[in-house]
Design a protein around this ligand. Sequence first.
Ligand SMILES: Nc1nc2c(ncn2[C@@H]2O[C@H](COP(=O)(O)OP(=O)(O)O)[C@@H](O)[C@H]2O)c(=O)[nH]1
Ligand SMILES: [Mg+2]
Length: 319
Amino acid sequence: MSVSAEKWAEQVRAGDVRAMSRAITAIENYQPEADELLRLVFPHTGRAYLTGITGAPGTGKSTLADRLAAHYRKQQERVGVIAVDPTSPYSGGAILGDRIRMQGHAGDSGMFIRSMATRGFLGGLARATAEVALLLDAAGKQQVLIEAVGVGQDEVDIVRLADCVVVVVVPGMGDDIQNMKAGLMEIGDIFVLNKADRQGADRLEQELVAMLSLVMPRDGWHPPVVRTVATENKGIDILAETIGKFRNHFETSGKRQRKQVEHWKRRLVDLLESRLLEKALGSVEGQKRLEELALEVAQRKKDPFAAVKEILAKSGLAN
Ligand SMILES: Nc1nc2c(ncn2[C@@H]2O[C@H](COP(=O)(O)OP(=O)(O)O)[C@@H](O)[C@H]2O)c(=O)[nH]1
Ligand SMILES: [Mg+2]
C-alpha cells in the first residue's frame, strides 16, 4: 500500500474518486485493509439516505436511478449510485451502453456511480453493497441509490439495507401482479409504475392499488403507487417527493432508529459469523481438516456433531 490507512480514509472522505475506487475494489476482494478503512470512516457515516430500487430486469431501474440522481443533483445534493445489476449501463462512472442517458453526469464531481461485479463474492454481495454504501456515506453523498434486480434472496438482502425500498413494475409483463414475487410486495415502501406510456398502465395501477390495499400498513405507512415514464423524465419529481415523504414519516415517528438497530443486529451477526468461520476454518489446515472431516462424516466414521466439536476445539473456540 502506497498511502497510510489514515490518508486513504481522508481521501475517501474528501470524495476522491481514485481513493474511492480503490476502496471499493478492496471491499469486493475482501482485503483486510478494507476493514481498517471502514473502521476509520465509520464515525463519519450515518448521514446518507439510502434508496433501494428493485424490480425485474428491463423495468427501467437504471433509467429511473439515473433520472432520480439528476433530480437530486439539481437540488445540490451529492449523489452516489451503486448498480448491482450486471446489465446496467454504468461502469465505474463511465458509460458503457446508453450514452445519452448518462451524458449529463459525466465529469460531475457531486456524483459517484459504481457498478458492482455480481459474481464470486466472498461474504456475499449484500455485505459488499452495504460496505460500499457506508463508503459513499463517508464521502458525503447525501443520496445513495442502490439498483438491484429483484430476483433472488441476495437481491432482497441488498435492498433491505436501504432506508426506502422502491419496487418498479411495468405494464405488459404477462400477469404482472400475479407473477410478482411475494417478497417484493412485502418489502416495497413505494411502488413505481414505470413505462406508464405503455398500454395496460391503468389496469396495472388498479391491480396494484387493489393488492396494496390488502397489505397491512407498516407503522402507518401505506405504500403508494407512483406513475413514471423514466425515459421522458415524467413523474421523477413526484417520485422524489414521495421518497421525501416516506423519509419524513419515518424520521418523525422515530421508526428509522428501530430499523437501523435491526439492520445493525443483522450486520453484527453476519460479521460475527464470517469472523468465526475465518477463525475456525480460515487457514489452509483448517480447510484441509474440513475436507477430511466431511469425508469421515460422509462415510459414517464420525458424526457431524463430533466433527464440529473438533473444529471448535482446534480453533480454541470451545470451552
Ligand atoms: N417506453 C419506455 N421505455 C422505458 C422507460 N423507462 C425505461 N425504458 C427503456 O427500457 C429499457 C430498460 O431500461 P433499464 O433502465 O436498462 O432497465 P433495468 O434493467 O431495470 O435497469 C431501456 O431501453 C430503456 O430506455 C419508460 O418509462 N418508457
Ligand atoms: Mg439496470
